[in-house]
Ligand binder design. Structure first.
Ligand SMILES: [Zn+2]
Length: 881
């Protein structure tokens, strides 16, 4: 484990290295406890660099066995070697030389899951961001692009399959039970994209013919016997390849494309050139084991990693400060793909819910940072919702500002100009400036400035002057180390809506530049005057969520109800109803704190019933609309002095009120939505299941609810319905005979399937109420649980800490103490996963004072532990700062 050196890396300190490594030849002789890696590097001194410049290579816990330059042993006096660095003090005078380094590794003991490790006896690698330096000494930074040739030697019994990046070139027998395979990747790439897989795996094979007629062999490798569970992933891969040709003109470039699923993986998946490595959760699926959400995630992540081949691999990042260059852009691309494959409106609402749940709290708390950070202590901690999700929103805004055609021209220019480069955000913005002729310097602040901007908006109508005015004021709240903010360019899509939902015409507009339904907010304050407006319109704001901002709008409840019924923009219509629900929940929260029984407006309850039964709306949309705002979302909107128990009570009261008033209608609809045809994971079928399961949740609070959910559980023919019913039983009827029986039945049926058991852990970890702390503690000893496997840890501990507001924030602080101990236990094996878990306490300052004090104590207890890893110390110290 790398302990913290306290070093801070700064963007302004970037400079190219004195040396390049144009070619890298690697030979692996694999063995669980003593793998030998021989790296033969062609090293080249950059033009103009002094011959006396030392060559300093990165390492991380390495054991050096041999080192030679141009075939001669390097004398100890001519180098400095430690596990974490190798310095050649006097490199040869020649501009180019060959450096040979042999290291010895123990993949079986590598529990951090970075570098070369073993997962269920399969050798695999994870090198992003800085894992390659755990394999050999190297210039382990993304601007060092090298052509890799890799030879893998292994015992044939142990590893019949030997894979690396690029195309296969050679294979053969070595005698004594050993064999080898060689791979060559003609595209220069940074070390973080290196990959190796060796083991005994089953294959699902297919092929794809590209736009220009080349055939690409496709392979998905999984645990033997699970090949048939990879069918959906393969289908998603082929659709992704086709879509990228059509939407972005991007064709695949190698002869083979392989995906390997492994069960121990820190992240979702990794885009290594030609050899993607996946968390098996995002590959394996069938109706019996995967939910509709799992299918949608597989489709999105397969696409995401594939799209990286152009946005990330062919054009990579100059340094890790530019991470959003590949991630934000690629998330934008996978969102567009999913929108085209599914329902655009539903996809957009789901994206915004995710952004608000994950990125907004980050932006509003102690871990806030710009989409392109300027400094970091541990880069692993910057794989954040800000870099990914907000990064994607920024790309979306560029498209909104420039229009679809100019945006595409800019992307074409980006691929043409920077193919083969390690690029920067400045390069990316420049292509759009060049393609459009516009100055995007104010817009670029979205990359440089942290915090979620707020727009305060009010409106007035002057019937005599036939003038409608919007007063818009922007502000960006201060964030750590950025107290003063500059004014941003915010594209605010809007609509003026008159009686019956018709758009209201206006004859002119002044006070801001307004084009194609978008107000360009650039100044602190705009008075936007629309002339020729006879009737007072309702205003639909931030349509399609055109900018990732918060709105403070003075709007009459009548207008919100009107928009929730009539807005022609599906996102804004959803937003209007969601705002009404949130306002009602916040009022109920205050009533509960004041000792009163909350009451809800009958017209809100009626509207919920109306949306549920509105056959003109897609079922998936109705399901999203009826899903009440989450407890954490409500907490964020309240802002401070949070009492999670009162929020929970408010939410339950609203669910009960909606379900009671609409019981008969919901029951009838629930019956009509029952699946009568064979299972299909398509979006329309998934939408019907989602709506039916949402209705089940409401009906479960009504008399006979437990029996209804138990029947739903027993008659389920797919995992979506089964898991939904189990969650309803466990959450709404905790401790009931029906819940106990269903949990036991689920465990019996799926006890040997770890990915399905993750759902069982998740459902129990999210049961509301103080008792769940003890349940979760007990489940850490369950035979299917393991502190060493990231998926298990995330399902049980991650769900408990990030998705169980009442239990995690238990008033006596027991949830925090258990959490602090567990984070430290996970850290001993896997600092990266521990650091990610620890972010669950980032919003601790918004809690009411007693919980706040207890959360702080727990954070201090983590901070005070000995030998903290760089990963965990960085998160905890920033959270406490
Ligand atoms: Zn990515």
């Amino acid at each position: 484990m790398r302990t913290d050196t306290g070093q801070v890396f700064k963007l302004e300190d970037y400079r190219p290295n004195d040396y390049l490594i144009p070619q890298t030849n690697l030979t692996f002789r694999l063995s669980p406890d003593a793998t030998h890696v021989t790296a033969l590097l062609t090293v080249e001194r950059r033009d103009g660099v002094s011959v006396s410049a030392p060559l300093v290579l990165d390492g991380d816990g390495l054991t050096l066995k041999r080192i030679e330059i141009d075939g001669k042993k390097v004398k100890p006096a001519d180098m400095l070697a430690s596990p974490d660095q190798l310095t050649i003090l006097k490199p040869p005078a020649a501009r180019r030389f060959q450096l040979l380094i042999e290291t010895e590794l123990a993949p079986a003991g590598n529990e951090a899951l970075m570098g070369l490790y073993r997962s269920s006896h399969v050798y695999c690698t994870q090198c992003e961001a800085e894992g390659f330096r755990r394999i050999t000494y190297f210039l382990d930074r993304p601007d060092i692009l090298s052509v890799y040739t890799v030879r893998i030697e292994a015992m044939r019994d142990e590893a019949p399959l030997l894979l690396s990046n690029g195309n296969p070139v050679d294979k053969g027998d070595l005698g004594d039970g050993w064999h080898y395979a060689s791979w060559h990747d003609p595209f220069p790439k940074p070390s973080y994209l290196f990959a190796l897989v060796a083991g005994n795996l089953g294959q699902l094979a297919d092929s794809f013919v590209t736009l220009s007629g080349r055939t690409v062999e496709l392979g998905i490798y999984v645990e033997p016997g699970k090949e048939k569970l990879a069918g959906y992933a393969m289908d998603a891969l082929k659709r992704s390849m086709k879509w990228d040709e059509e939407a972005f003109g991007r064709e695949y470039d190698l002869d083979v494309f392989n995906i390997v699923a492994v069960s121990d993986f820190n992240m979702g998946a990794m885009e290594n050139k030609g050899l993607n490595i996946f968390n098996d959760k995002y590959v394996l699926a069938d109706q019996e084991t995967a939910t509709d959400a799992d299918f949608a995630n597989i489709e999105a992540i397969i696409a995401h990693e594939y799209f990286h081949n152009w946005t990330g691999n062919r054009i990579t990042c100059r340094d890790w400060f530019q991470l959003c260059l590949k991630e934000g852009l690629t998330v934008f691309r996978d969102h567009e793909f999913s929108a085209d494959q599914r329902s655009r409106a539903v996809k957009r609402i789901a994206e915004v819910r995710t952004l608000r749940a994950h990125q907004f709290p980050e932006d509003q708390g102690p871990l806030a940072h710009p989409v392109r950070p300027r400094r970091y202590r541990e880069i692993n901690n910057f794989y954040t919702a800000t870099v990914y999700e907000k990064g994607s929103e920024v790309v979306r805004m560029i498209r909104t500002i420039l229009g679809v055609d100019v945006f595409r021209a800019g992307m074409d220019l980006y691929f043409e100009r920077h193919d083969g480069d390690a690029a920067t955000i400045e390069d990316f913005i420049k292509v759009f400036e060049d393609a459009s002729g516009r100055d995007l310097s104010q817009f670029a602040l979205w990359y440089h400035q942290a915090g979620t901007p707020n727009l305060t908006i009010s409106s007035t109508h002057n019937p005599a002057a036939r003038e409608f005015t919007l007063e818009i004021e922007q502000s960006v709240p201060p964030t750590p180390s950025e107290s003063r903010k500059r004014l941003m360019h915010i594209p605010l899509a809007f609509g003026l809506i008159g009686a019956g939902g018709k758009p209201v015409d206006y004859s002119g507009v002044e006070g801001a530049s307004v084009e194609d339904g978008v107000i360009h907010v650039r100044k602190r304050r705009h008075m936007v005057r629309f002339s020729g407006v006879t009737e007072r319109p309702a205003v639909s704001l931030n349509r399609g969520f055109s900018a990732p901002v918060t709105l403070s709008v003075e709007q009459k409840a009548d207008d919100q109800f009107f928009l929730a019924r009539h807005d022609s923009d599906a996102f804004s219509r959803w937003q209007a109803f969601n705002t009404l629900l949130t306002d009602a929940l916040i009022s109920a929260f205050r009533e509960i704190l004041g000792g009163k029984q909350p009451a809800f407006a009958p017209r809100l309850i009626e509207l919920a019933g109306g949306i549920a039964g509105d056959e003109t709306l897609e079922p998936a949309y109705r399901a999203l609309a009826l899903a009440l705002p989450g407890e954490a979302d409500i907490a964020r909107d309240i802002g401070r002095n949070i009492d999670p128990d009162a929020i929970y009570a408010a939410r339950e009261a609203l669910a009960l009120a909606i379900g009671t008033a609409n019981r008969d209608a919901f029951s009838g609809l629930y019956e009509r939505l029952a699946d009568r045809e064979a299972f299909s994971p398509d979006a329309a079928s998934a939408g019907r299941r989602a709506l039916r399961n949402t209705l089940l949740d409401y009906l479960s609070l009504q008399p006979g609810g437990a029996a209804l959910a138990a029947g739903h559980f027993q008659s389920a023919t797919n995992m979506t319905d089964r898991a939904a019913a189990l969650a309803v039983l466990a959450h709404r009827h905790d401790g009931s005979p029906e819940a106990i029986k269903a949990l036991a039945a689920f465990e019996t049926a799926y006890g040997s399937d770890p990915l399905v058991m993750d759902k069982w852990f998740q459902i129990q970890a999210s049961v509301p109420g103080p008792q769940t702390v003890d349940t979760v503690k007990a489940l850490t000893s369950h035979p299917a649980f393991s502190m060493g496997n990231p998926n298990r840890v995330r399902s049980l501990i991650g769900t408990f800490s990030s998705a169980n507001q009442t239990s995690f924030h238990r008033a006596d602080g027991e949830g925090y103490w258990f959490f602090a101990q567990t984070v430290l236990e996970v850290e001993k094996r896997n600092p990266q996963v521990a650091a990610r878990l620890a972010t669950a306490l980032r919003s601790w300052r918004s809690l009411e004072p007693l919980r706040q004090a207890k959360a702080r104590e727990a954070l201090l207890s983590i901070a005070g532990a000995e030998n903290l890893s760089a990963d965990l110390r960085d998160i905890v110290e920033r959270t406490l700062a």
